[in-house]
Design a protein around this ligand. Structure first.
Ligand SMILES: [Zn+2]
Length: 575
């Protein structure tokens, strides 16, 4: 991704030079350290993307860069610029300040509590203020001033506001005026490209009629953002939206027609549209988390990666969602590469089926049922995952609440039925093995295990594994498919060495599970990599994009398992 180099670019939060990441909804550039704090707050607070290593729709990148270079950061630091505040001792962190607590506390106040945003004088009726702000937004999006609109949104203007006199939403106005970057900003804040005006016409219709063809096409993409992103994650391709709106990748060797898989698929089909949409959005968030993790894995130093404490091992709590839904979201992190791919393929197939209106006649008993087998028996299983999360985090303004809520395609259909929380137990087969506290959360009960190897050895071996994985990821990025097999052999032997440190039958369940994930992922990585080098010319053509995604995901599973072993060993040896 080409990018103009501005010598003056610094991190919006700590002023470190050459920031590599952006927060899309805040319109700022941030450094690696600050980004790790942003990620830990969750996408409802900050949506991050890497400037060079993430995939970007060109106009979205342009929108963020415009905001950043026009000083959008001053919106979030308004009162810090006030001399009275400076005297009170409030100050921004320096690049040299510690990430915890200095930088992380500042970032929380700045974006989560919105402590430094310009506060409006209090009104008796908040509804009036929101309506006024939304009307201002409705007229401002006609102009090119992105900062004005971001400021209005930060104060609580609604991106989907339906103007009662004009009969349109702000996105209709931006589309008609051909304001591409305003449209990007509105969509990030949840504007719906398919919203009807008073005559039933959408922003896409407005753009087309005004002759803004590219904007109209971009809005169609935004409409299908959710399913496009899932497809792209799996196979590196998106639909062109001219010959169809869905690509459903096939995993040729995984026609898993076991009774368990069939039952899980049936349950997915039986979900009402509301629950299905929630599940799809949660999977979208998990895809985003995994993609950012993969970028993190490629861009960081291998030895820092092994010991750092700033990882985001599962989706952070979103206080807008029920506790059960948050727990279900966190469970998604436990899916290995293959299970996650299967879930995505099932969701894509079902999204297509639902949009085409070919509803299954589901037995009434299964309406509103959870996606899961025996989920009720497993309720306690959630606890260890969620226990160390900060469930008390509060959103302070309406603004945060509407961020990105609609920035994914709606899965069309009626949304009848009361929502209940969705469980994801259905796809977690026990074969790959994973257990309590594997994410490093929650303590293990009982005695320290004397058979565990010493922490330094585990760290050394993990560094070796991580280094080899980074080599493989670089090969994948550079399309060097011939390097896959040698890289996977190296990883496999590093993994074997690492596993040999541990006893054959470890006392701790978590160690057992991590070792199994480590070994099974390393074997599967070898199998996948060998597909990149077909043995004879008569073999069927290889889908390198799909294959590369699976290779990356296996590598990611290995890195995760190794990191878990470091975490567990460190914790146990401290006891
Ligand atoms: Zn920073």
């Amino acid at each position: 991704m080409s990018r103009k180099v501005h010598r003056t670019e610094v991190c919006a939060d700590c002023s470190a030079s050459d920031p590599g990441w952006t927060s899309i909804n805040r319109g700022v550039l941030i450094c690696d350290e600050c980004c790790s704090v942003h990620r830990s707050l969750g996408r409802h607070i900050s949506i991050v993307k890497h400037l060079r290593h993430s995939g970007w729709p060109p106009t979205l990148l342009q929108m963020v860069q415009t905001l950043a270079s026009n000083g959008a950061n001053s919106i979030w630091e308004h009162s810090l610029l006030d001399p009275a505040q400076v005297q009170s001792g409030r100050r921004k962190p320096n690049p040299q300040d510690k990430i915890h607590p200095t930088k992380s506390e500042f970032i929380r106040s700045k974006y989560q509590m919105l402590s430094f945003v310009h506060k409006l004088p209090c009104r008796d009726d908040d509804g009036v203020t929101t309506k006024d702000l939304s009307k201002q937004l409705h007229s401002s999006v006609r102009t090119g001033s992105l900062e004005t609109c971001l400021r209005l949104l930060s104060l609580g203007a609604q991106a989907n506001f339906f103007h009662p006199e004009k009969g349109t939403t702000p996105l209709h106005v931006a589309a008609k005026a051909g304001q591409v970057l305003q449209a990007e900003l509105l969509v990030v804040y949840g504007a719906d490209p398919g919203a009807p005006d008073i005559n039933g016409r959408t922003p896409m219709d407005y753009a087309r009629q005004a002759g803004h063809v590219e904007l109209a096409e971009r809005l169609v993409e935004c409409q299908y953002e959710l399913t496009d992103r899932l497809a792209f994650y799996l196979c590196g391709r998106r639909p062109d939206h001219k010959n169809g709106h869905y690509i459903i990748p096939q995993m040729a060797d995984s026609l898993d027609l076991s009774e368990l898989a069939k039952a899980a698929k049936k349950k997915l089909q039986a979900l009402n549209n509301r629950l299905f949409e929630e599940l799809a959005m949660d999977v979208y968030d998990e895809v985003d988390r995994r993609e950012n993790d993969a970028v993190w894995l490629t861009t960081q130093n291998h030895s820092t990666l092994v010991t750092e404490r700033s990882a985001v091992p599962f989706l952070p709590v979103n206080p807008e969602y029920s506790a059960t839904r948050n727990q279900g979201r966190q469970k998604l992190a436990r899916f290995n590469a293959r299970e996650f791919a299967t879930l995505i393929i099932d969701i894509l197939s079902d999204a297509k089926r639902r949009q085409q209106g070919k509803g299954l006649s589901s037995p009434t008993g299964e309406r509103n049922s959870s996606l899961g087998l025996g989920a009720d028996d497993d309720q306690h299983d959630y606890d260890s995952v969620a226990s160390d999360e900060d469930t008390d985090s509060e959103l302070t303004t309406q603004n945060n609440n509407n961020t990105q809520r609609n920035n994914r395609a709606k899965v069309r259909g009626d949304t009848a039925g009361q929502p209940r929380s969705v469980h994801y137990m259905g796809r977690s087969s026990e074969e790959e093995g994973r257990g309590e506290a594997e994410e490093g959360g929650g303590g293990e009960a009982g005695e320290p295990d004397p058979t565990l190897p010493c922490t330094e050895d585990v760290i050394l071996k993990t560094e070796q594994v991580t280094k080899n994985i980074q080599e493989l990821l670089r090969a994948a990025q550079e399309f060097k498919h011939e390097s896959f097999v040698p890289c996977s052999e190296k990883i496999h032997s590093a993994v074997t060495e690492m596993a040999s440190l541990f006893p054959k039958r470890p006392a701790l369940d978590a160690v057992h599970c991590s070792l199994r994930l480590l070994a099974s992922s390393a074997s599967r990585l070898q199998v996948e990599c060998r597909k990149a080098a077909p043995s004879d010319l008569s073999s069927p053509a290889v889908d390198y994009q799909l294959l590369t995604q699976q290779v990356i995901q296996c590598a990611y599973d290995i890195a995760k398992a190794a990191k878990q072993l470091v975490t567990i060993t460190t914790r146990e040896k401290k006891q």
